[in-house]
Ligand binder design. Structure first.
Ligand code: ADP
Ligand code: 5GP
Length: 213
Protein backbone atom coordinates (compact mmCIF):
# COMPACT_ATOMS: atom_id res chain seq x y z
CA UNK A 1 0.00 0.00 0.00
CA UNK A 2 1.19 3.51 -0.83
CA UNK A 3 1.73 6.26 1.79
CA UNK A 4 -1.36 7.92 0.45
CA UNK A 5 -4.83 6.54 -0.16
CA UNK A 6 -6.28 7.82 -3.44
CA UNK A 7 -9.44 9.89 -3.63
CA UNK A 8 -12.60 9.15 -5.58
CA UNK A 9 -13.25 12.54 -7.15
CA UNK A 10 -16.81 12.90 -8.44
CA UNK A 11 -17.62 15.70 -10.88
CA UNK A 12 -21.28 16.19 -11.74
CA UNK A 13 -23.09 18.96 -13.59
CA UNK A 14 -25.83 19.47 -16.12
CA UNK A 15 -24.56 18.59 -19.57
CA UNK A 16 -22.65 21.56 -21.03
CA UNK A 17 -21.53 23.19 -17.75
CA UNK A 18 -17.92 22.22 -18.40
CA UNK A 19 -17.07 19.01 -16.57
CA UNK A 20 -15.33 17.28 -19.50
CA UNK A 21 -13.18 20.36 -20.07
CA UNK A 22 -12.27 20.59 -16.37
CA UNK A 23 -11.66 16.86 -16.13
CA UNK A 24 -9.27 16.99 -19.12
CA UNK A 25 -7.33 19.81 -17.43
CA UNK A 26 -7.08 17.84 -14.17
CA UNK A 27 -5.60 14.82 -15.93
CA UNK A 28 -3.05 17.03 -17.69
CA UNK A 29 -2.18 18.65 -14.36
CA UNK A 30 -1.32 15.42 -12.55
CA UNK A 31 -0.76 11.98 -14.02
CA UNK A 32 -1.85 10.50 -10.68
CA UNK A 33 -5.40 11.52 -11.52
CA UNK A 34 -6.90 8.64 -13.50
CA UNK A 35 -10.20 8.80 -15.32
CA UNK A 36 -12.80 6.15 -14.50
CA UNK A 37 -13.89 4.77 -17.87
CA UNK A 38 -17.59 3.99 -17.54
CA UNK A 39 -19.47 1.16 -19.16
CA UNK A 40 -22.56 2.06 -21.14
CA UNK A 41 -25.20 0.49 -23.35
CA UNK A 42 -25.33 3.71 -25.44
CA UNK A 43 -24.00 3.42 -28.99
CA UNK A 44 -20.63 5.12 -29.59
CA UNK A 45 -20.68 8.67 -31.03
CA UNK A 46 -18.44 9.48 -33.93
CA UNK A 47 -14.82 9.52 -32.77
CA UNK A 48 -15.47 7.74 -29.45
CA UNK A 49 -13.08 4.88 -28.73
CA UNK A 50 -14.11 1.68 -26.91
CA UNK A 51 -12.07 1.27 -23.72
CA UNK A 52 -11.02 4.89 -23.69
CA UNK A 53 -14.20 7.02 -23.76
CA UNK A 54 -16.48 4.23 -22.55
CA UNK A 55 -16.71 0.46 -22.54
CA UNK A 56 -19.57 -0.03 -24.98
CA UNK A 57 -21.59 -3.07 -23.87
CA UNK A 58 -24.71 -4.90 -24.94
CA UNK A 59 -27.54 -4.56 -22.40
CA UNK A 60 -27.29 -8.24 -21.46
CA UNK A 61 -23.55 -7.97 -20.66
CA UNK A 62 -24.10 -4.77 -18.72
CA UNK A 63 -26.83 -6.34 -16.58
CA UNK A 64 -24.69 -9.43 -15.96
CA UNK A 65 -21.81 -7.29 -14.69
CA UNK A 66 -24.19 -5.47 -12.34
CA UNK A 67 -25.51 -8.78 -10.96
CA UNK A 68 -21.94 -10.06 -10.49
CA UNK A 69 -21.17 -6.97 -8.39
CA UNK A 70 -18.62 -5.60 -10.83
CA UNK A 71 -20.09 -2.06 -10.82
CA UNK A 72 -19.36 0.42 -8.07
CA UNK A 73 -22.53 2.26 -9.11
CA UNK A 74 -24.89 2.24 -12.03
CA UNK A 75 -27.82 4.29 -13.33
CA UNK A 76 -30.22 4.69 -16.22
CA UNK A 77 -29.60 8.07 -17.88
CA UNK A 78 -31.12 9.48 -21.11
CA UNK A 79 -32.52 6.01 -21.97
CA UNK A 80 -29.25 4.08 -21.54
CA UNK A 81 -27.48 2.20 -18.76
CA UNK A 82 -24.23 3.62 -17.39
CA UNK A 83 -21.96 2.24 -14.68
CA UNK A 84 -18.48 2.56 -13.14
CA UNK A 85 -16.43 -0.67 -13.07
CA UNK A 86 -15.19 -1.32 -9.53
CA UNK A 87 -11.90 -3.23 -10.08
CA UNK A 88 -9.78 -0.43 -11.58
CA UNK A 89 -10.94 2.01 -8.89
CA UNK A 90 -9.85 -0.19 -5.96
CA UNK A 91 -6.48 -0.91 -7.61
CA UNK A 92 -5.82 2.78 -8.27
CA UNK A 93 -6.69 4.13 -4.84
CA UNK A 94 -4.61 1.42 -3.12
CA UNK A 95 -1.65 2.65 -5.20
CA UNK A 96 -2.29 6.21 -3.98
CA UNK A 97 -3.75 7.40 -7.24
CA UNK A 98 -6.95 9.44 -7.49
CA UNK A 99 -9.84 8.40 -9.69
CA UNK A 100 -12.00 10.97 -11.43
CA UNK A 101 -15.67 10.16 -12.16
CA UNK A 102 -17.81 12.06 -14.65
CA UNK A 103 -21.14 10.66 -13.49
CA UNK A 104 -24.64 11.88 -12.69
CA UNK A 105 -26.22 12.54 -9.27
CA UNK A 106 -27.55 8.95 -8.98
CA UNK A 107 -24.04 7.51 -9.31
CA UNK A 108 -22.64 10.14 -6.94
CA UNK A 109 -25.15 9.14 -4.25
CA UNK A 110 -24.34 5.43 -4.63
CA UNK A 111 -20.57 5.96 -4.35
CA UNK A 112 -20.97 8.27 -1.36
CA UNK A 113 -23.05 5.56 0.37
CA UNK A 114 -20.64 2.72 -0.53
CA UNK A 115 -17.69 1.29 1.44
CA UNK A 116 -15.46 3.74 -0.41
CA UNK A 117 -17.67 6.71 0.53
CA UNK A 118 -15.19 8.01 3.10
CA UNK A 119 -12.57 8.46 0.38
CA UNK A 120 -14.92 10.44 -1.83
CA UNK A 121 -14.66 14.11 -2.79
CA UNK A 122 -17.74 15.31 -4.63
CA UNK A 123 -17.93 18.52 -6.63
CA UNK A 124 -20.90 19.96 -8.48
CA UNK A 125 -20.35 22.35 -11.38
CA UNK A 126 -23.05 24.99 -11.96
CA UNK A 127 -23.32 27.10 -15.12
CA UNK A 128 -23.36 30.91 -14.67
CA UNK A 129 -26.85 31.02 -16.28
CA UNK A 130 -29.25 28.78 -18.18
CA UNK A 131 -28.79 30.84 -21.36
CA UNK A 132 -25.01 30.35 -21.14
CA UNK A 133 -25.55 26.60 -20.62
CA UNK A 134 -27.53 26.48 -23.86
CA UNK A 135 -24.90 28.59 -25.65
CA UNK A 136 -22.16 26.16 -24.57
CA UNK A 137 -24.12 23.11 -25.70
CA UNK A 138 -24.69 24.75 -29.07
CA UNK A 139 -21.11 25.98 -29.46
CA UNK A 140 -19.72 22.51 -28.67
CA UNK A 141 -21.22 21.49 -32.01
CA UNK A 142 -21.50 17.86 -30.96
CA UNK A 143 -25.24 17.32 -30.71
CA UNK A 144 -28.30 17.74 -32.94
CA UNK A 145 -31.01 20.29 -31.97
CA UNK A 146 -33.09 17.38 -30.70
CA UNK A 147 -30.39 16.10 -28.37
CA UNK A 148 -29.63 19.64 -27.14
CA UNK A 149 -33.31 20.14 -26.31
CA UNK A 150 -33.31 16.82 -24.39
CA UNK A 151 -30.17 17.77 -22.46
CA UNK A 152 -31.61 21.19 -21.60
CA UNK A 153 -34.79 19.55 -20.34
CA UNK A 154 -32.77 17.22 -18.08
CA UNK A 155 -30.54 20.00 -16.79
CA UNK A 156 -32.87 21.10 -13.98
CA UNK A 157 -33.17 17.53 -12.73
CA UNK A 158 -29.37 17.41 -12.36
CA UNK A 159 -29.04 20.95 -10.91
CA UNK A 160 -31.70 20.19 -8.27
CA UNK A 161 -29.17 17.83 -6.58
CA UNK A 162 -26.50 20.52 -6.12
CA UNK A 163 -26.74 20.52 -2.31
CA UNK A 164 -25.74 16.82 -2.04
CA UNK A 165 -22.13 17.63 -2.99
CA UNK A 166 -19.14 18.60 -0.80
CA UNK A 167 -18.24 21.57 -3.01
CA UNK A 168 -20.17 23.58 -5.58
CA UNK A 169 -18.36 25.70 -8.17
CA UNK A 170 -19.94 28.10 -10.66
CA UNK A 171 -17.99 27.69 -13.87
CA UNK A 172 -18.01 31.26 -15.14
CA UNK A 173 -14.32 31.90 -15.79
CA UNK A 174 -12.73 28.58 -16.78
CA UNK A 175 -9.25 29.35 -15.39
CA UNK A 176 -10.70 30.43 -12.03
CA UNK A 177 -12.86 27.28 -11.75
CA UNK A 178 -9.91 25.13 -12.72
CA UNK A 179 -7.73 26.77 -10.04
CA UNK A 180 -10.41 26.29 -7.35
CA UNK A 181 -10.83 22.64 -8.30
CA UNK A 182 -7.10 21.99 -7.91
CA UNK A 183 -7.07 23.72 -4.50
CA UNK A 184 -9.97 21.56 -3.33
CA UNK A 185 -8.19 18.38 -4.45
CA UNK A 186 -4.89 19.42 -2.88
CA UNK A 187 -6.64 19.94 0.47
CA UNK A 188 -8.63 16.69 0.29
CA UNK A 189 -5.44 14.72 -0.35
CA UNK A 190 -4.26 15.87 3.08
CA UNK A 191 -7.30 14.59 4.98
CA UNK A 192 -6.23 12.30 7.81
CA UNK A 193 -8.10 9.33 6.33
CA UNK A 194 -6.17 9.66 3.06
CA UNK A 195 -2.85 9.20 4.89
CA UNK A 196 -2.64 5.62 6.27
CA UNK A 197 1.08 6.01 7.02
CA UNK A 198 0.33 8.61 9.72
CA UNK A 199 -0.44 5.95 12.34
CA UNK A 200 3.03 4.48 12.08
CA UNK A 201 4.64 7.90 11.97
CA UNK A 202 2.90 8.91 15.20
CA UNK A 203 3.90 5.56 16.80
CA UNK A 204 7.53 6.33 15.93
CA UNK A 205 7.17 9.84 17.36
CA UNK A 206 5.80 8.32 20.55
CA UNK A 207 8.70 5.86 20.89
CA UNK A 208 11.22 8.64 20.33
CA UNK A 209 9.36 10.84 22.81
CA UNK A 210 9.40 8.13 25.48
CA UNK A 211 13.11 7.36 24.90
CA UNK A 212 14.00 10.99 25.42
CA UNK A 213 11.84 11.69 28.49
P1 ADP B 1 -19.89 18.91 -20.09
O1 ADP B 1 -18.80 17.90 -20.07
O2 ADP B 1 -20.28 19.36 -18.72
O3 ADP B 1 -21.06 18.49 -20.92
P2 ADP B 1 -18.02 20.50 -21.74
O4 ADP B 1 -16.77 20.46 -20.93
O5 ADP B 1 -18.09 19.67 -22.98
O6 ADP B 1 -19.32 20.24 -20.80
O7 ADP B 1 -18.26 22.05 -22.10
C1 ADP B 1 -19.30 22.46 -22.99
C2 ADP B 1 -18.76 23.60 -23.89
O8 ADP B 1 -18.53 24.77 -23.11
C3 ADP B 1 -17.42 23.24 -24.56
O9 ADP B 1 -17.43 23.77 -25.87
C4 ADP B 1 -16.39 23.96 -23.67
O10 ADP B 1 -15.25 24.34 -24.40
C5 ADP B 1 -17.17 25.20 -23.20
N1 ADP B 1 -16.79 25.70 -21.86
C6 ADP B 1 -16.48 24.97 -20.75
N2 ADP B 1 -16.22 25.78 -19.69
C7 ADP B 1 -16.37 27.07 -20.16
C8 ADP B 1 -16.25 28.38 -19.54
N3 ADP B 1 -15.91 28.53 -18.25
N4 ADP B 1 -16.47 29.46 -20.32
C9 ADP B 1 -16.82 29.31 -21.63
N5 ADP B 1 -16.95 28.12 -22.26
C10 ADP B 1 -16.74 27.00 -21.54
P1 5GP C 1 -23.11 10.90 -22.35
O1 5GP C 1 -24.00 9.87 -22.96
O2 5GP C 1 -23.41 12.30 -22.83
O3 5GP C 1 -21.65 10.55 -22.47
O4 5GP C 1 -23.42 10.92 -20.77
C1 5GP C 1 -24.72 11.17 -20.34
C2 5GP C 1 -24.78 11.31 -18.83
O5 5GP C 1 -24.42 10.07 -18.20
C3 5GP C 1 -23.85 12.37 -18.23
O6 5GP C 1 -24.63 13.13 -17.32
C4 5GP C 1 -22.81 11.57 -17.48
O7 5GP C 1 -22.35 12.26 -16.33
C5 5GP C 1 -23.59 10.33 -17.09
N1 5GP C 1 -22.69 9.18 -16.90
C6 5GP C 1 -21.65 8.78 -17.68
N2 5GP C 1 -21.07 7.68 -17.19
C7 5GP C 1 -21.74 7.37 -16.05
C8 5GP C 1 -21.60 6.33 -15.07
O8 5GP C 1 -20.72 5.47 -15.13
N3 5GP C 1 -22.50 6.33 -14.05
C9 5GP C 1 -23.48 7.27 -13.93
N4 5GP C 1 -24.28 7.20 -12.87
N5 5GP C 1 -23.64 8.27 -14.82
C10 5GP C 1 -22.78 8.32 -15.87
Amino acid sequence: MSNRRGLLIILSSPSGAGKSTLSRRLREWDENVLFSVSATTRKPREGEVDGSDYYFLETEDFKRQVIEGQMLEHAFVFGNHYGSPKGPVEAAINQGRDVLFDIDWQGAQQIQNSDLGKHTLSIFILPPSISELRRRLESRGQDSDDVIAKRMQKSWDEISHWAEYDYVLTNDDLDATDASLKQIIAAARLRRIQQPALTEHVRNLQMEFEDRT
